[in-house]
Design a protein around this ligand. Structure first.
Ligand code: S3P
Length: 428
């Protein structure tokens, strides 16, 4: 993929549906009674993996254009899959579905691509084993492929060592199949879409500080779910609009859940001109974001804000390279175990473009303001790396070439087309 400099980016865009919310709508719709209708569903490869897994467990799911119909069979309606469940590249599918599989009365196996086979699964194996499930890493390395022997589970009170919505959701979902109230306490609050949506479907989830607890055996009822635009996808256009001279972009209907909006808060600290319009709530809060070119300054990103912008850190690192002064990112060691080691990959690629970046165990330090130039960068098949550097390519001098740039189909199949639609120059 070759990206060329743009002299301005202007126009209006509705980014695709939120990935986290799309996954959950299919999962909870499958476990509810009746037909759940999902609009503005994200048809990226990750969410299609979730659909395919539930189809293999006997759920009829119709997927047409922007609407998905899930004909759910209730909490105990899944059937034994005839083959290995293929989770593709999706960590969310793997970890959330494991919580559900742990409570079934059958044995299942799941596996995915080369990246998923390197991602840590002990973080879910530990609590699920404590609940009485048998969950085995088939290669014995704590990663997928996994074999899960479902059991009647015991309720636990789990203190998670990581702030991870995937771990929290896995345990809460398993808790639905347990013999009492299951709770998860995280060191810092992570995204709360599971808690909000399970309650919307009729479950009883309570939240107090960083603890979420769930009652067992809920009766989930089908719902109509409208998925808001994904703030993690909007992030690329926020950055592009702020950094490209003469730009004004209106991003319509973006989810601004406070457990996901850290990027907006950091942008504000960096001096960004972003106006929230038409703020409303459809279960999840949403707004239209008006983004105008701004002069950005470096900042420190650390502590409790990290889980609220974890997927936006690659984009923020690129923004920091173009900003005046120093940006320090700390407490973000989770970046190492995402679709790629995002600390190493951001460092390698930004350095190739001429940036001053030093990696750390839990983040990076970027001295911004050095002129960046075109280069050949490797996405390592990580969608968020590819999109972050596509934005860098619209701003830097020279041509930026992205190896394995087609991985954007994981979360944003139309990404290059949408970026192109706002530009004044042919991107390719
Ligand atoms: C997600 C949670 C986050 C995030 C991922 C989606 C989710 O992962 O990075 O893209 O949908 O729950 P962790 O829970 O591992 O932090």
């Amino acid at each position: 993929m070759e990206i060329k400099k743009q002299s301005s980016l202007c126009g209006e865009l509705a980014v695709p549906g939120d990935k986290s919310i799309s996954h959950r709508a299919v999962m909870f719709g499958s476990l509810a009674k009746g037909t759940t209708r999902i609009s503005h569903f994200l048809t990226g490869a990750d969410c299609l993996s979730t659909i395919s897994c539930f189809r293999k467990m006997g759920i009829d799911i119709q997927n047409s254009q922007d609407e998905v119909l899930v004909h759910g069979k209730g909490l105990h309606g899944l059937t034994v899959p005839s083959e290995v469940l293929d989770v593709g590249n999706s960590g969310t599918t793997t970890r959330l579905i494991s919580g559900i599989l742990a409570g079934q009365d059958f044995v299942s196996e799941l596996n995915g691509d080369a990246s998923i086979q390197k991602r840590p699964m002990k973080r879910i194996m530990t609590p699920l084993t404590a609940m009485g499930a048998e969950i085995e890493s088939i290669k014995g390395n704590g990663c997928a492929p996994l074999r899960i022997t479902g059991k009647k589970l015991h309720a636990i009170r789990y203190a998670s060592p990581v702030a991870s919505a995937q771990v929290k959701s896995c345990v809460l979902l398993a808790g639905m199949y347990s013999d009492g109230v299951t709770s998860v306490t995280e060191p810092v609050l992570s995204r709360n879409h599971t808690e909000l949506m399970l309650n919307f479907f009729g479950a009883h989830v309570k939240t107090s500080g960083t603890t979420a607890s769930i009652q067992p055996e809920p009766i989930l009822e089908c719902r109509d779910v409208t998925v808001p635009g994904d703030i993690s996808s909007a992030a690329y256009f926020i950055a592009a609009g702020l950094l490209t001279p003469g730009s004004e972009i209106l991003l319509k209907n973006v989810g601004i859940n406070p457990t996901r909006d850290g990027m907006l808060r950091v942008c504000q600290a960096m001096g960004a001109d972003i106006t929230l319009l038409n703020v409303r709530s459809q279960g999840e809060p949403t707004a239209d974001l008006l983004v105008r070119t701004s002069t950005l300054r470096g900042t420190t990103i650390e502590g409790e804000i990290i889980p609220t912008l974890i997927d936006e850190l690659p984009m923020l690192a690129v923004m920091a390279a173009f900003a005046d002064g120093q940006t320090v990112i700390r407490d973000a060691q989770e970046l190492k175990v995402k679709e790629s080691d995002r600390i190493a990959v951001m460092t390698e690629n930004l350095a190739r473009m001429g940036a001053d970046i030093t990696p750390a165990e839990d983040g990076m330090i970027i001295n911004g303001g050095r002129p960046l130039h075109g280069a050949e960068i490797d996405s390592h098949s990580d969608h968020r790396i590819a999109m972050s550097f596509a934005v860098a390519g619209t701003i830097c001098d020279g041509t930026l070439t992205i190896k394995n740039g087609d991985c954007v189909n994981i979360s944003y199949p139309e990404f290059y087309k949408d970026l192109y639609s706002l530009g004044d120059n042919s991107l390719f």
